[in-house]
Write a protein that binds this ligand. Sequence first.
Ligand code: NAD
Length: 486
Amino acid sequence: MAIKTPITIAYGDGIGPEIMQATLAILSAANALIEPEVIEIGEKIYRQGFTCGIPDDAWQTLKRTKVLLKGPITTPQGGGYKSLNVTLRKTLSLFANVRPCISYAPYVTTNFPDINLVIVRENEEDTYSGIEHRQTDEVYQCLKLITRPGCERIIHYAFEYAQKFNRKKVTCLSKDNIMKMTDGLFHRLFNEIAAEYPDIEHDHMIVDIGTALIAAQPQRFDVIVTLNLYGDIISDVAAQVAGSVGLAGSANIGAHMAMFEAIHGSAPDIAGKNIANPSGLLNAAIQMLVHINQPETAALIENAWLKTLEDGIHTGDIYSSQSKQKVGTQAFAAAVIERLGQKPTHFKPVVYQPGSYAKIECYDAPLATPSKKELIGIDIFIDNPNNIPAEQLAKTLAPLSEKLQLIVITSRGLKIWPNSSIEAPFLRHCCCRFQSSADTKQLKQIQHEDILQLLSKINTLGLDVIKTENLYTFDGELGFTLAQGQ
Ligand code: NAD
């Protein structure tokens, strides 16, 4: 007897149970070799006091099966509840979010009949680390953390994906014209890694023009790789222009675990009415079958689903003049089951070669040779509610240390001392940069002790230091940006 792959199933909230029932019925009729193990997560579990929406025993099931097919979850508002999706992605280290985005014209209304792109979004880093602070009455900050291994892993994954799925081009989106260090690292590594895949074209766009082009000319994209926040935004733009928000599935892939789900939410407005479209979850399940190396079953189901669309059998959300019959959730599933074994005639039938798509090997970056890291200064952020002018601050602070010179005072990254021509600087949040030398070529290493002495003196002056950031050089290169106007 063929061995079945254990799969964790979470029905989810709202329309989750009905679309999961429809999806599992199709998988079962297609003889998918899976052994479902059901866990309860989501709204009910939140209400029981689990702030992340998942009970302890569910983790055990997940860690055993390593694959989760998940219905949408309703995150209760307020009350300190954490997004279950973010918790799952981070706890299970699901570093790649893979969202194919395809138009199904003329059966699904879209202005762009030729979209067939895949967004590979970094899933664990960026501003989504959720490290935020309120520093003063008026100022809040969110930390954007980008790691070299994180970038390398997602970029490698995008190229490996392109290679396995016979894609021709990978486009990188970043904002490195502004964020030269974080996004700059991503872009630089993209260029380096692209060179390892000479058969795949590559290009880079600044994310703003890239997003505009996804909205205006989505057919020009193939695989897109990008950072977490940009990926989140462009995924919805792409799904919207393809008209496939209710149809698209997504995969969250880690080195050892994977989670598959529809891109839409729990749609509480239509829950329990048997009218929801199960296609998003079904497409996620198809991605899952490819991932667990059951490509023939994946193709069997996808072709039957495409044929159902072509035959005009549609749920209410995509019902149009091209439709022939409006059906509910379970009747749609029955129509797909009836067509198992049939091929679409308008759409190109899908073929997944056996064996060739099994889990993409996840790149594990070797430890880079450590650079020579030298402490050469410090940025000291001050809450300055009384608007002490920068000139006066400089006069007070400059003589405090023999080892550290006050180089520049900035506000929100803009130089306000020395020689500032800013008419009305925002003084209530300033950053005083101290370095071992004003000349960046003459920087000498200092000790943490030097910084502590300086901070102690500033403290005695009654100034409120709200944050410090050490300044380092790495193999002599500055590990920080210069202020605007510096
Ligand atoms: P939503 O995607 O649930 O609904 C938006 C609109 O699309 C609604 O009108 C809904 O009826 C419709 N819709 C969604 N899926 C459909 C389907 N399969 N068939 C037919 N119509 C469909 O987005 P929302 O209303 O912003 O969010 C509702 C809840 O879902 C919120 O609690 C949100 O936090 C949650 N959510 C969960 C996930 C997830 O679990 N991955 C993702 C997004 C939103």
